[in-house]
Design a protein around this ligand. Sequence first.
Ligand code: FE
Length: 180
Amino acid sequence: MPSPTRRRVLAAAVLLPIAPVFAQSRPLTCGGLTEAQTEGPFFKTDTPLRMSLVEPGSKAPRLLVIGRVLSAQCTPVANALLDFWHADEDGEYDNRGFRYRGHQFSDAQGRWRLATIVPAEYPGRTRHIHVKVQAPGKRVLTTQLYFPGDPGNARDGLYERALEMRLAKGEGSFDFVVEA
Ligand code: FE
């Protein structure tokens, strides 16, 4: 026969609600890896390390994009490389210098932040931002980000809804899910 004390402990163990264990305190936005897209003809290596691509004197509308780099298990990926490039306010890429090109690394929480301008469309393409994302030592994801509601989206065969940023009042966000 268990002692009264032991009986009480057993009863308590049965009656105690099981504490829920949440691995994540936020909705799961990850799971599937972010879709890859073509690099296009204008990628350049050796871009400057910078989080702002805004050119002094540019009158183009500003755009701030923030987000995270996550693994397929929804864990933040620190020190991921993010290399961005996009067209300028006239729809041109800088192929001589590094205007609207720059790389950065995600912080300890996997966060990144890009201050730039809204790129213009150029013939054949809807508005987009190119990016390469790479967790340390892992494969490079090459993809493109799109602008929700842009009239050019429907006319662009490369456009993918899953690669749209969330966008409100000049602020965009996107979480990349990469091999990590
Ligand atoms: Fe492009």
